[in-house]
Write a protein that binds this ligand. Structure first.
Ligand SMILES: Cc1cc2nc3c(=O)[nH]c(=O)nc-3n(C[C@H](O)[C@H](O)[C@H](O)COP(=O)(O)O)c2cc1C
Length: 175
C-alpha cells in the first residue's frame, strides 16, 4: 500500500474479530515504530504488548469505568478482549512525547498497511488507571506511559471522520 493511501485509509476501529494476533505481527509493528525520527536519535520509546486475556479483560473494565467518569466514547468495551494492547512508554528525555507520537503514527500506519485495525485509548489514562497499569505490567519509575494502542483484526469499516479543510488550518508567513 502507498503511504498516502495508508494515511487516508487509517481509521479508529472499535469492533474487532476474535482472532489471535501473532508475535510476528506485533514485531512488524514495533519494527515500523523504531524507524520513527527522534530528537538526537534518542529513541526514548519502549513497548509492552499485552496479549494476556486476563489483563485485557481487566483493562476493558478499567476503560469502561474511565469512559463513564469522563462521559466520552460511550460503547461496549468488551471489544478490547479480542485485541492486543501495545503500551507505548517513554524515557524522560527532552522531546520524548513528540518522539513517541511519531512512533505511534508509524504503528497505526503499519497496522493499516497489513489490514489491521487500531485505536488510541486516551480515555484509559486516568491517574488511578496509570498506577494500575504500572503495577500490572511492572513498569519501572523511569518510564512514563504515553498511550495504550489497541491492535486487532477489524470487524467494521467506518466512514472517514470529518476533517478541517487545508485552507482552514494553513496560513503562510503569518497567522
Ligand atoms: C490521543 C488520542 C486519544 C484517543 N482516545 C480515544 C479513546 O479513549 N477512545 C476512543 O474510542 N477513541 C479514541 N481516540 C480516537 C479518536 O476519537 C479518533 O482518532 C478521531 O475521532 C478521528 O477518527 P479516526 O481516527 O477514525 O480518523 C483517540 C485518538 C487520539 C489521537
Amino acid at each position: 500500500m502507498e503511504t498516502s493511501e495508508a494515511i487516508k485509509k487509517r481509521r479508529s476501529i472499535r469492533k474487532y474479530q476474535d482472532k489471535p494476533i501473532s508475535k510476528d505481527i506485533i514485531e512488524k509493528l514495533i519494527d515500523a515504530a523504531r524507524f520513527a525520527p527522534s530528537g538526537m536519535n534518542s529513541q526514548p520509546w519502549h513497548f509492552i504488548a499485552i496479549q494476556d486475556k486476563t489483563k485485557l479483560k481487566q483493562i476493558a473494565e478499567m476503560y469502561a469505568k474511565a469512559r463513564d467518569k469522563l462521559k466520552i466514547y460511550p460503547q461496549d468495551t468488551s471489544f478490547l478482549e479480542k485485541t492486543n494492547i501495545i503500551l507505548v512508554l517513554s524515557e524522560k528525555t527532552p522531546w520524548a512525547k513528540v518522539d513517541c507520537s511519531f512512533a505511534i503514527q508509524n504503528i497505526l500506519l503499519a497496522a493499516t498497511d497489513i489490514g489491521l485495525g487500531s485505536l488510541c485509548l486516551g480515555a484509559l489514562m486516568l491517574p488511578e488507571n496509570i498506577e494500575t497499569l504500572r503495577t500490572m505490567c511492572n513498569i519501572p519509575d523511569n518510564l512514563e506511559i504515553v498511550m495504550p494502542i489497541v491492535i486487532g483484526f477489524p470487524d467494521e469499516t467506518p466512514e472517514p471522520k470529518p476533517r478541517k479543510e487545508v485552507k482552514e488550518i494553513l496560513d503562510y508567513n503569518k497567522f
